[in-house]
Design a protein around this ligand. Structure first.
Ligand SMILES: [Zn+2]
Ligand SMILES: [Zn+2]
Length: 297
């Protein structure tokens, strides 16, 4: 419908939201292009990251690794139960968010690949293997091996305390709002908090000495034993679902009971105060104020 001269599937079209495509959609639907843009990933990306640029690598968005019409990365997550319950299965925008690691409806961990053959969730390639096919199989079928993704075993994750469970869920599912809440604190806009969560994740997964924070937090949360990270210093968006889930929750835990828990953990792990704001382009005032006090801890 957009015409053959425009590429659609061989780029991250939802994130780029090209004006020509929005204009075509406006003509076809009667909804104005500016409104349609608010439904795109481009709009969501700008809400969660002040510094978002459509061509660079995006903070909080899973990379697709587009190569022709192939996806080299596992950049679209899915909830098997959502796919199974949908009258006509569809892909939610929030499934591209890196910290959206648990389905808000079914409380199961999201999946990012076929559990049988490992293929990425290439839902739009249902015609693969049959070029003449117009009406493709439902997008709940793996294009690699044909497995019905609805039938796969689901995994749940339990945090050791309910306060943390509530806090993480609240934040993970707040991707359509301009504000966020943690304990009794409100953050407007939401990235006032997301920026700091990001920084704390950076420290937690750091390859330098600052990475000791991970062990300090994990020991508090799981005194009986805990999983270590598969690699240190890696980018959050390139980690597995379970590691993203764990890191996000651990960062949230550190920011609860503010600022006592944060202070204690950093002191205990012997984190240098420079790590607190290192590489941050924007430091929200509430966080900057706390970091400035770090020498007193
Ligand atoms: Zn679901
Ligand atoms: Zn498969």
């Amino acid at each position: 419908m957009s015409g053959n001269q425009h590429t659609v599937w061989n780029r991250d079209v939802d994130r780029m939201a090209p004006p020509h495509l929005l204009k075509t959609l406006q003509e076809l639907t009667g909804v104005d292009a500016a409104t349609i843009r608010t439904f795109t990933l481009a709009h969501l990306a700008e809400q969660v990251d002040v510094d978002h640029h459509p061509n660079g690598s995006a903070t909080w968005l899973l990379p697709l690794g587009v190569w022709h019409r192939k996806r080299l990365r596992h950049g679209v997550q899915f909830c098997p139960m959502c796919l199974g319950m949908d009258k006509r299965p569809y892909v939610r925008r929030s499934w591209r968010l890196a910290y959206y690691t648990e389905c808000e409806h079914h409380r199961v961990l999201m999946m990012d690949r076929c559990p049988s053959c490992g293929e990425a969730f290439n839902y739009f390639r249902g015609e693969l293997g049959d070029r003449n096919q117009i009406e493709a199989a439902g997008l709940n079928f793996c294009v690699g091996c044909g497995l019905d993704l609805w039938q796969t075993a689901q995994e749940r994750f339990a945090w050791p305390d309910w306060q943390l469970t509530v806090a993480t869920r609240t934040l993970q599912f707040m991707n359509d709002f301009g504000w966020a809440t943690l304990d009794n604190r409100n953050f407007t806009p939401a990235h006032e908090l997301l920026l700091v969560i990001r920084q704390v994740i950076r420290v937690l997964s750091s390859g330098s000495r600052a990475g000791q924070l991970y062990d300090a937090v994990a020991q508090s949360l799981w005194p009986e034993g805990y999983d270590v990270l598969s690699n240190r210093g890696g980018q959050y968006e390139r980690r597995t679902v379970i590691e993203r889930h764990r890191l996000f929750g651990m960062a949230v835990w550190l920011l609860m009971d503010w600022p006592g828990r944060f202070e204690r953990a950093f002191r205990y792990a012997h984190i240098h105060r420079n790590s607190l704001t290192k590489d941050m382009k924007v430091v929200p005032a509430w966080y900057a104020e706390q970091c400035a006090k770090a020498w007193e801890w």
